[in-house]
Design a binder for this molecule. Sequence first.
Ligand code: M7G
Length: 377
Amino acid sequence: MPEPVENAEVKSPSYDLSKFRLKRILTNNSVRKSISLLGTFPDISETDDAIVVFEKNAYRESDVATPESPSEESPKKPSYFNANLKVSTEFVNNIYGSFQVVPSRDLCGVKSTVIYPATDKHIEKYSVCQKYLIRETPDLYQKITLPYLTSSQFSLEWVYNILEHKQEKERIVFEDADPETGFILLPDLKWDGRNVENLYLLGIIHKHDIKSLRDLNGSHLDLLRNLRQASKDAISKRYGLNPNQLRMYFHYQPSFYHLHVHINPVRNDAPGIWCEKSHMLDTVINNLELLPDYYQRATLPFVLYEGNKLLDLYEQEQPIRKVAVLSDDKEQAEQERTDPAATEGFSDVEPEERQCKRIKLATPEPKEAEATVQSCA
Ligand code: M7G
């Protein structure tokens, strides 16, 4: 049973994963083949919550190797096509067959992540819930987001442990120790480290005063360019990946407010690459080249989950959960056009955008509709 690494300088809690006791299932994602569980380790504490995430590993191409010659019984490396493969037939119908197979032990590993003790914020992060898009202007950032994240955010202890070589030192892929432009490149917690197909690395900057994208300005261009180039070089050298096949991006909002870049291959749909959360490093660099204070002036959209206190703070400022229901009915559209109260739910929408919605509701002629779609996009 794998034990968390003990270190003389940094004490990590020790638990036996096999003694986990389930309280409830937080999420069960059949597409990602992952399940997040809430429970406890009763042999340590009855009250401290633990989160366990199981995720089935992606296939490695070597796992499906077959013997190289007819005289060889099994391929050299562990493979599905092995004498130990247990096959149970579900049905065979004409040319179609359906089976359940159990491969050898070496191929049955499940990637497991444990957060212990887990806070309410962790539980919220791993739970299924409603999501809402917020359009954060620079003023709203100063007034609502910044005070909130200053008072309530996940601990950055694990980040500092990495930067100070207290944890995960042996996992470092590359380091540039320059305090202004340097960073550490290492595997993300989410990557099992086995399969380059779903490689997932993090580039964590050494500089301590950049919380997120919002803090970036033209003076950080050297840092960002170094992060981009040196990471690509290191990944190409270590993993043989073409630098032009890498996706490098920041999250907004991130969970951890110490600037870090996410890196994975473009051909793999890594978790968290959605457009409402990701900002490509290339685009960020280019925006800062064009306008050094771009991120102090931009309205940045981001997603908030039901249960997040920040959502309540935004709700006090503008309606988020309660919005007017769109209808195709012309009369309804007309009423909304003339009755400002009917558009109450869109009070944060810019006038042109509101106009856009009205034109759409009024089911215009095709030509007009095309123009509307373009100007709304
Ligand atoms: P984020 O954008 O701040 O938050 O990314 P997200 O979780 O919403 O994406 C933080 C990244 O750090 C995530 O991809 C995590 O999987 C990764 N991560 C979190 N922790 C606690 C660790 C850790 O202890 N070690 C490593 N190597 N990665 C971590």
